[in-house]
Write a protein that binds this ligand. Structure first.
Ligand SMILES: C[S@@+](CC[C@H](N)C(=O)[O-])C[C@H]1O[C@@H](n2cnc3c(N)ncnc32)[C@H](O)[C@@H]1O
Length: 451
């Protein structure tokens, strides 16, 4: 596999996962490990009419989407995308689509399976059916790589109804073989970490195994009039010969939730360093919200992870900081399944209600939690540091008279959150929709300079 024509990864045998991607030469944090255009994609229903069905661009004042007049269900940012999708697949689906959406069989599917049914229909229309409804078996290396992928552990016995109702039987059996690989190979496409589509990227699926302490992450590049592109980015320096792994799920989920989801969806038991370690934790009870006991553990966590209990010591978060997965056992109560969602909710609610000081307290604890459970440079840490800097900015702007002499230290804290967000999200690099977090960081830096 290559990026800039240099081989970046090699496939080598893996003891249990068939093969693994290893670094062909040393990589630095932020390096591009792999790039690949989507083979087929389908927008989530909630995104239909908000984004171009071909290039996924969002509608805006500058980008007016036009609707396909045939099915009235596909939208395009311009004639070029409409033309491209019409000739590649939509002319084979357009007439049938409204009937298909209204069918009982389609309606009976879960939201997730509905998107996969459309994804499969797109792939079959584009790669296997020609204008006369015959097999064209157009393929190339991404199709043969797709067929080589590991099947899901409990492969479905039937495929969902396809939008192409009367596909020839040999195409139907190929469709079935492909569908059996959806569950453990496809990707949820996101912009600024918000999911908006499902997509097939065969080379990435063939290459990257999972770890809950990954050294790489996936992002998506949206370019007008081109299919979305995946990029895999190194989170930290990676030595030649090291395995390159990505997360298949959120590593901040509790140990048992991760293990069950990985086994159920992907058919393996994760033996990464984090799982091996947190698997030995018993599950102590979470102290009651508002108790001194919980407040003490949280203050301890903030000191441990951030170097202080109210701001960040950036050295603690540097990418060259040796990162052990040894979460001290005294923090085990915080790994309880309700702790993270409840603290996130507390932070969001207080921020939205303008209760900025409580929001800052919950938000800082959340940041400390992320720094402890996620690997260095993990984008979620950067996104949250940005949210925290916005909250601090709002607190300064609205409460300066109450805070009095604290305003200065709040401003220092805000700068430290912003610097952390900037470092981590610049490592991740531009992705997704326009005007994302990197632009927000630039605006906040500008605002705080001119204050
Ligand atoms: C997207 S594929 C990854 C590429 C795969 N190694 C191959 O050779 O095609 C996902 C499958 O790889 C295997 N796999 C991925 N990560 C693994 C891990 N950490 N431990 C064991 N098996 C893993 C599982 O069989 C899973 O269903």
């Amino acid at each position: 596999m290559t990026a800039n024509s240099q081989p970046v990864i090699l496939l080598e045998p893996h003891p249990t996962a068939r093969s693994m991607a290893v670094a062909a030469s040393p990589l630095a944090a932020g390096d591009l490990v792999h790039a690949e255009p989507v083979l087929a994609s389908a927008l989530l229903q909630s995104e239909k009419g908000r984004r171009c069905d071909l290039c996924h661009r969002l509608s805006s004042d500058r980008v007016q989407l036009r609707r396909c007049t045939g099915c009235t269900s596909y939208w395009y940012c311009g004639a070029e995308c409409q033309r491209k999708q019409w000739s590649s697949q939509h002319k084979r689906l357009c007439k049938r689509y409204p009937r298909y959406m209204a069918s009982e069989e389609y309606q009976a599917l879960s939201h997730h399976d509905q998107v996969d049914a459309i994804l499969l229909s797109h792939l079959i229309a584009e790669r296997f059916i020609d204008d006369g409804g015959n097999i064209s078996a157009e393929g190339g290396s991404s199709m043969s790589t797709l067929m080589e992928l590991v099947e899901a552990r409990s492969a479905p016995t039937t495929i969902p109804p396809l939008c192409n109702a009367n596909v020839p039987s040999d195409v139907l059996s190929t469709a079935h073989a492909i569908y059996n690989r959806f569950g453990n190979n496809n990707f949820v496409v996101h912009s600024h970490l918000n999911s908006y589509a499902h997509g097939i990227f065969p080379f990435a699926s063939r290459s990257f195994n999972h770890s809950c302490v990954p050294n790489a992450v996936v992002k998506y590049i949206i370019t007008p009039c081109h299919p979305v592109r995946m990029e895999v980015i190194a989170l930290r320096d990676i030595a030649r010969g090291d395995e390159i792994t990505i997360p298949y799920l959120d590593p901040a989920l509790p140990h048992n939730t991760r293990q069950e989801a990985l086994f159920h969806n992907y058919g393996f038991t994760c033996n990464c360093d984090l799982c091996a370690y947190t698997g030995t934790f018993d599950s102590p009870a979470l102290p009651t919200r508002g108790s001194d006991e919980l407040a003490e553990i949280e203050a301890d966590l903030r000191r441990f992870a951030l170097g202080s209990s109210d701001r960040l010591d950036l050295r603690m978060m540097a990418s060259d900081r040796p990162r052990s997965v040894k979460i001290p056992r005294r923090f085990a109560p915080l790994l309880h399944e309700t702790y993270l969602p409840d603290t996130s909710e507390l932070f969001s609610k207080a921020s939205h209600e303008g209760d900025y000081l409580n929001a800052l307290s919950a938000g800082l604890t959340l940041l400390a939690f992320y720094v402890v459970v996620y690997p260095t440079n993990y984008p979620q840490i950067g996104m949250h540091a940005l949210e925290l800097s916005k909250t601090a900015w709002n607190a300064i702007a609205t409460n300066a008279h109450i805070l009095g002499s604290d305003a200065r230290s709040l401003e220092d804290a805000m700068q430290s959150y912003l610097a952390a967000a900037s470092r981590i999200l610049n490592n991740f690099g531009p992705e997704g929709d326009e005007a994302g977090p990197l632009e927000e960081i630039r605006v906040l830096q500008e605002l705080s300079r001119t204050r």
